[in-house]
Design a protein around this ligand. Structure first.
Ligand code: SAM
Length: 287
């Protein structure tokens, strides 16, 4: 195979120098700069449709369900009654699609900074953007960090589905963001944030978890596999205002019939429990 041939996209980012991931492009469906970032959508030979922001893969049709289901159902199933949920970021609609499936969720508020990502996802990524059609959802365009300043004791669960900490997402990885989220939560509320990979950036995982631990009486890192993310793995920092929460004991279990009806292809109660069992080098680094 000629790895230098044309029509291959190569992800290159200063966050993980020295190694990279490439895929073959069938067609460039969209390639424009928005007010915040470069937005690209590709049709590919092996991954289906792919969304790329500022040169970084956000999601592929082949494996997005692992990320979207885990960032949604880990916190939702750690909470006893997750009626009102805030999503920060998530402009492709995939997290809204998953959160709307949970039987106890009544209301979803979402704040995404980039209207262009929403528009492009609706046009080219309908399998995720279907989340925007949920009657439970109210969608705002704005900065999640600023939005959080104006909300107090309002949400049961806050999910931060942000891009990596460069560009508009930098503020979402800082300790004061965890402090603002804490204020926006109802008693016993839970937060869950995209927190990077232990193979390529364990410092980011460590600092994000440490910010969370400073604000929340209970905090942990849960992981999942996403083959098209750097090193094939990503994780979430999860924090709870309930000091007695047991993250590895889901408060609700879905039957096989539920899983089928909800089209859950990755998340189940066993995967939930296993997500918090960490390899030795991670366990001691994060303790
Ligand atoms: N699953 C993806 C990942 O981890 O790579 C994230 C997908 S989603 C497309 C990320 C979204 O976060 C983007 O649409 C981006 O515009 C949005 N975002 C970044 N910074 C933000 C901020 N400060 N407030 C709200 N949304 C933000």
């Amino acid at each position: 195979m000629d790895t230098l041939k044309k029509n291959w996209f190569t992800e290159a980012c200063e966050l993980w120098p020295g190694g990279t991931f490439s895929f073959e492009v069938k067609e460039v469906l969209y390639n424009e700069r928005s007010e915040y970032q470069n937005v690209q959508v590709f049709d590919t030979t092996s991954l289906g449709r792919v969304l790329v922001l500022d040169g970084i893969i956000q999601c592929t049709q082949k494996d997005e369900f692992s990320y979207q289901e885990m960032i949604s159902f880990l916190p939702l199933c750690c909470h006893k009654n997750p009626e009102k949920v805030l999503i920060v970021g998530g402009g492709d609609g995939g997290v809204a699609r998953e959160v709307a499936k949970h039987p106890k969720v009544k209301e979803i508020v979402q704040v995404e900074i980039d209207a262009k990502v929403i528009e492009v996802s609706k046009k080219y990524l309908p399998f995720m953007a279907v989340g925007f059609d949920s009657p439970k959802l109210t969608l705002h365009v704005g900065d999640g960090f600023e939005f959080m300043k104006n909300h107090s004791q309002e949400f049961d669960v806050i999910i931060t589905d942000s891009s990596d900490p460069i560009g508009p997402a930098v503020s979402l990885f800082q300790e004061n963001y965890f402090s603002l989220m804490k204020s926006a939560l109802k008693p016993n509320g839970i937060v869950c944030s995209q927190a990077g990979t232990v193979w390529n950036d364990i410092e980011l995982v460590t600092s994000t978890l440490s910010h969370c631990k400073k604000q929340f009486p209970a905090a942990a890192y849960g992981y999942t596999s996403v083959p098209t993310y750097p090193s094939g793995q990503i994780g979430f920092v999860i924090g709870s205002l309930d000091k007695d929460v047991e993250f590895d004991k889901p408060t609700i279990s879905f039957t096989r019939e539920d899983e089928k009806a909800m089209n859950l292809r990755y998340y189940n109660s066993e995967v939930h429990k296993a997500a918090f069992v960490l390899p030795t080098f991670v366990k001691y680094q994060l303790s």
